[in-house]
Design a protein around this ligand. Sequence first.
Ligand SMILES: [Mg+2]
Length: 416
Amino acid sequence: MRVATVRITPIAVPDVPLLNTKGVHGAYFLRSIIEIETDDGLVGVSETYGQARCLFGLQQAADALTGLDPFNLNDLARRVSDALPDAGGINGPTMLTDHKAVDVIYGAFEIACLDLQGRALGRPVCDLLGGAVRDEVGFAGYLFFKFAKPSDQFGDDLFGEVMSPNALVEEAEALAGEHGFKSLKLKGGVLEPELEIETMLKLRERFPDHALRIDPMGAWRVETAAGICKTLGGILEYLEDPVRGMDAMAELAAQTDMPLATNLVVVEFEQVFEAHRKGAVQIVLSDHHYWRGATGAVTLGRMCAAAEMGVSMHSNTHLGISLAAMLHVASATPNLSHDCDTHYPWTGHDVVEGERFEFRDGRLAVPRGPGLGVSLDREALQQLHALYRENSVKDRDDTEEILRYIPDYVGKVPRW
Ligand SMILES: [Mg+2]
């Protein structure tokens, strides 16, 4: 079995104006759908970021995969790094962290290769990652402050404007009611800290037994965050990236018992050592998209076990192929200590054939079919590809996007 063809299809998926500390989501989110076809006719699929630099890297490396044995992931890694000698980082200038293009591109192709391996063997991907330690995976309801979707943007809105603690609690009631989530995560760093504290206290009152977390994405200075840790001590299961940078996280960690989590200061293996040495972080968020694929994400889990850190899972806006890969990774990560993040309930679209993934009590079953256990809906793929072609925006820039709502907005992290 050798790789014959690689197809990369960029898509644009209608999104809603979800806020974070650097701005707001645009009318669409962008993804790349990857198909790797072998000389014996098997097709492995994958999904990753769709911004221009990622797409360019995928296209640049795709030709180098011809003739690859999908079981030889070391050869895949060598081919990708040889094809992208000076690729650098993948994120735009207003993002709060960067990921190496070679890690993201390798990871995207690795998932398709694992899908091929599983299809060839008739086994699910989690079996190739060391085996399933759980058959279903718990997810957190992902709560956002948001604007109402402007009438000139294509696609449906959800919940209208949500810009106050009470409106956010209503959003949480709706999401938890529909999907049964037992954990709730608020994307913070949007409103004044006092209002976000009030929101978390109201969530605690309304959901006395739920695990709660907030992620202000570095929006707070150390003194601000230290005060918030005192107020929310015992309320949160963890606080995610309250302050910006490894040293600020370490400074805060020295002043509080609140567990600190991150997907911003530990995004490469070397940083696990630094975070451990500095005592900066207690929980690392895994994500196969930038942790060098599913095998990298499982390796991260092992490193965290050695460093006595917990593991949770990060989510970017995504569809069902990424969700299936997340499920296999979560299933094969023994020390996954928290419910995973997912944006999936925020989109009604997918490129996966058949029924959408359906949460039961906030949990999803790990697919048991061969490979990732999902198949591509080519008609849906072509529809979303057509939206990509019509859409002039080819990169994500939340800070640019928020200017249409707040013309004098000035990006600032930390802000408070
Ligand atoms: Mg985060």
